[in-house]
Design a protein around this ligand. Structure first.
Ligand code: MLT
Length: 326
């Protein structure tokens, strides 16, 4: 009898430690979502909306950890080095998970192979913004103003490689100007300085900018998309306003460390999918001008393919432009 019990015990232990049993019980404790920028900014806002809904679907709290610095590279490195058990998740965007791979040659990890994709999250265009007391009312007037004053105007961004830096570079190219950047730990704090007039301009995600534009705290000249946003129908597109083709889309995603069991990734993916299908979440995101990817683009495999395609698109462009931090 004692031998039978011991044998049964061994079977139970081996079942519990097998990937299938682990995924059936996962998660048994809170999951940490590492946000690479400051609280109060666009990535943080998206993370909190998704995490709140994912918590309900997972039956465990998804805790937000804002690990800031070096345009998100510190946060992503933290997840790469975390245990590959699904309890540490990286949220980020085209800047943190693609562009930084070319800008920071000494990153110490590979964005494509050291992370496992979980799900593609919403994307949003950016708004070309200035503080309120700039003497320009249209994009054409603003471009002329920046051209005439470029040496003394300051542009906020969230560090080299961030979304606001990508938008800044696109504006520089389209408008034929050179911007003087002031780096922040995220566009949450940068937006506060734009509102108070400490900095003059910023190209920031619609989701972070729209509430401030609606409140009349900053001025928006154009949206970096080929069509107007339903969330901001009064803001002209860059094509309409005079910088044709200056399109920038900041897409987001979730990743876990390499080697995380596929069944655990599937559980996280299902919870995030459920969050994106939740009508309350969809409404909050739509109000912020976020576009939710269709269901067929929300599998781990779809994010893997898209992530690789984006790296293939961006890395040669950045290397050719010579934007690099040693
Ligand atoms: C943030 O959350 O602060 C932004 O995503 C920063 C950026 O990339 O511009």
């Amino acid at each position: 009898m004692r031998r039978l019990l011991a044998a049964l015990g061994a079977v139970v232990v081996s079942l519990l430690s097998s990937p299938i049993a682990f995924s059936q019980t996962f998660p048994t404790k809170p999951v940490t979502m590492v946000v690479p920028f400051a609280a109060g900014g666009p990535t943080d806002a998206l993370a909190r909306i998704i995490a709140e809904s994912m918590s309900r679907h997972l039956g465990q709290t998804v805790v937000i950890d804002n690990t800031t610095g070096a345009a998100g590279t510190i946060a992503v490195g933290k997840v790469v080095r975390a245990p590959n058990d699904g309890y540490t998740v990286s949220i980020g965007h085209v800047g943190t998970h693609v562009v930084n791979g070319a800008i920071y040659p000494k990153l110490g990890f590979d964005l494509l192979s050291d992370l496992e994709p979980v799900i593609l999250l919403p994307s949003n265009p950016q708004l070309i913004l200035s503080k309120n007391d700039v003497p320009a009312k249209t994009l054409a007037e603003f471009v002329a103003y920046v051209k005439a004053n470029q040496a003394k105007l300051s542009a906020g961004n969230a560090g080299l490689g961030s979304g606001s830096h990508i938008g800044g570079m696109a504006f520089e190219k389209a408008a034929g100007v050179k911007l003087q950047y002031v780096p922040y730990r995220g566009t949450g704090p940068a937006m506060q300085d734009l509102i108070s007039g400490q900095i003059d301009l910023m190209i920031d995600q619609t989701s972070n900018a729209l509430p401030q534009v609606r409140a009349g705290k900053v001025r928006a000249y154009a949206i970096t998309a080929p069509a107007r946003s339903a969330a901001a129908p009064d803001i002209p597109t860059v094509d309409e306003a005079g910088l044709p083709g200056m399109y920038v889309t900041i897409w987001h995603g979730l990743w876990v460390p390499k080697g995380t069991p596929a069944a655990v990734i599937a559980r996280l993916n299902a919870a995030a999918n459920a969050a994106l299908d939740d009508p309350a979440v969809r409404k909050r995101l739509a109000d912020l001008g976020q576009d939710i990817p269709p269901a067929d683009q929300r599998s781990p495999a779809a994010l893997r393919a898209f992530h690789k395609a984006e790296a293939d698109k961006w890395w040669p462009l950045i290397k050719a432009a010579g934007v690099k931090i040693e």
